[in-house]
Design a protein around this ligand. Structure first.
Ligand SMILES: NC(=O)c1ccc[n+]([C@@H]2O[C@H](COP(=O)([O-])OP(=O)(O)OC[C@H]3O[C@@H](n4cnc5c(N)ncnc54)[C@H](O)[C@@H]3O)[C@@H](O)[C@H]2O)c1
Length: 249
C-alpha cells in the first residue's frame, strides 16, 4: 500500500497500459481519477476500482484544465500524474502527410505538455508530486512505421528531463517509462492497419527484445507504480526501459 492516501490522475486510463496502471495504483491505496477521451472506457475501469471517471482529451488545453479542476474538487490535490494517453498510425514516413504529423504529435507530445502544465503549478505550490510519463523505446532507438510517434516520444523524454530539473527544488520528480512491444490494442492495430507487414513489424520488435516476448500492460504498470511511490524518492529525470531488454541504454 505504497500509495495510501495519494490522489492519482491517469490519462488514457480506459485501455491497455493506462487501465493496468489505474488498477495497480488503486491496489496500492491511491484514489484514482481514470481519465480518457472515451468516457465509456473511463467509466468501466473506474467502476472496477472505485475510481473517478473523468473525460479528458489531452489534445485540448481547456479539457486538461477543466479535468484537473474537476478531479481536485472531487478527490483533492493531485499527488501523482501519469501521462499515459497515446496514439499511433502505422505508416512509413514517405507515406505520411502533414495531417498525420499533427494528429500524432497532438496526442503523444503536446498532450503530455498540456496536462503537465495544468497539474505542475499545484504540485510545486504543495511542494510534492510525482509525474510519470509513458514514452517508448521508439523514442530512443526508432521503430519502423512510427517516425512521427518516435519523434514525439523522444520529445517526451527531453521534456521530462527539463521538468525534472526545474521542479526538483519544489519536491516534484518527473520520470518516464519507455515500454517495448506491449500487448495492447494500440500495438495490435499494426497488423490490422498493415496486414502481414504489420504482423512482421510486431514480430520484428519481439525479436529485438532480449526476453523474446511481448510485454504485458501490468508489467509496465508495476514500473509506473514504483516511480510514483516513495521508493523512487531519489530518482528523477530518468527514462526507464520496460521492454524486455529491447534497448539497453
Ligand atoms: N503498446 C505498446 O506496445 C506501447 C509501447 C510503447 C509505448 N506505449 C505507450 O503506452 C501508452 C498507452 O498505450 P496502450 O498501448 O495502452 O494503448 P491503448 O490504445 O490500449 O490505450 C490508449 C488509451 O489512450 C486513450 N486516448 C487516445 N487519444 C486520447 C486523447 N486525445 N486524450 C485522452 N486519451 C486518449 C485511448 O482512448 C485509450 O484508452 C501510450 O502512450 C503508448 O504510446 C505503448
Amino acid at each position: 500500500m505504497r500509495l495510501e492516501g495519494r490522489v492519482a490522475l491517469v490519462t488514457g486510463g480506459g485501455s491497455g497500459i493506462g487501465a493496468a496502471t489505474c488498477r495497480r495504483l488503486a491496489a496500492e491505496g491511491a484514489r484514482v481519477a481514470v481519465t480518457d477521451v472515451d468516457p465509456d472506457r473511463a467509466r468501466e475501469v473506474a467502476a472496477e476500482i472505485d475510481g473517478l471517471p473523468q473525460l479528458l482529451d489531452v489534445r485540448s488545453t481547456a479539457s486538461a484544465r477543466e479535468a484537473v479542476e474537476a478531479v481536485e474538487r472531487e478527490l483533492g490535490p493531485i499527488d501523482v500524474l501519469v501521462n499515459n494517453a497515446g496514439y499511433d498510425e502505422f505508416a512509413f514516413f514517405v507515406n505520411t502527410d502533414e495531417a498525420l504529423w499533427d494528429r500524432v504529435l497532438a496526442v503523444n507530445l503536446r498532450g503530455v505538455i498540456s496536462v503537465t502544465h495544468a497539474v505542475l503549478p499545484g504540485m510545486q505550490e504543495r511542494r510534492r508530486g510525482r509525474i510519470v510519463s509513458v514514452a517508448s523505446e521508439a523514442g530512443r532507438v526508432g521503430s519502423h512505421g512510427s517516425s512521427i510517434y518516435s519523434a514525439a516520444k523522444a520529445g517526451v523524454i527531453g521534456f521530462t528531463k527539463t521538468v525534472a530539473r526545474e521542479a526538483a527544488r519544489y519536491g516534484v520528480t518527473a520520470n518516464a517509462v519507455a515500454p517495448g512491444p506491449i500487448e495492447t490494442p494500440l500495438l495490435m492495430s499494426a497488423p490490422q492497419a498493415l496486414g502481414e507487414l504489420g504482423e512482421r513489424l510486431v514480430q520484428g520488435m519481439v525479436g529485438q527484445t532480449a526476453l523474446r516476448r511481448l510485454g504485458r500492460p501490468d508489467e509496465v504498470a508495476a514500473a509506473i507504480a514504483f516511480l510514483a511511490s516513495d521508493d523512487a524518492s531519489y530518482i528523477t529525470g530518468q527514462a526507464i526501459g520496460v521492454s524486455g531488454g529491447l534497448a539497453m541504454i
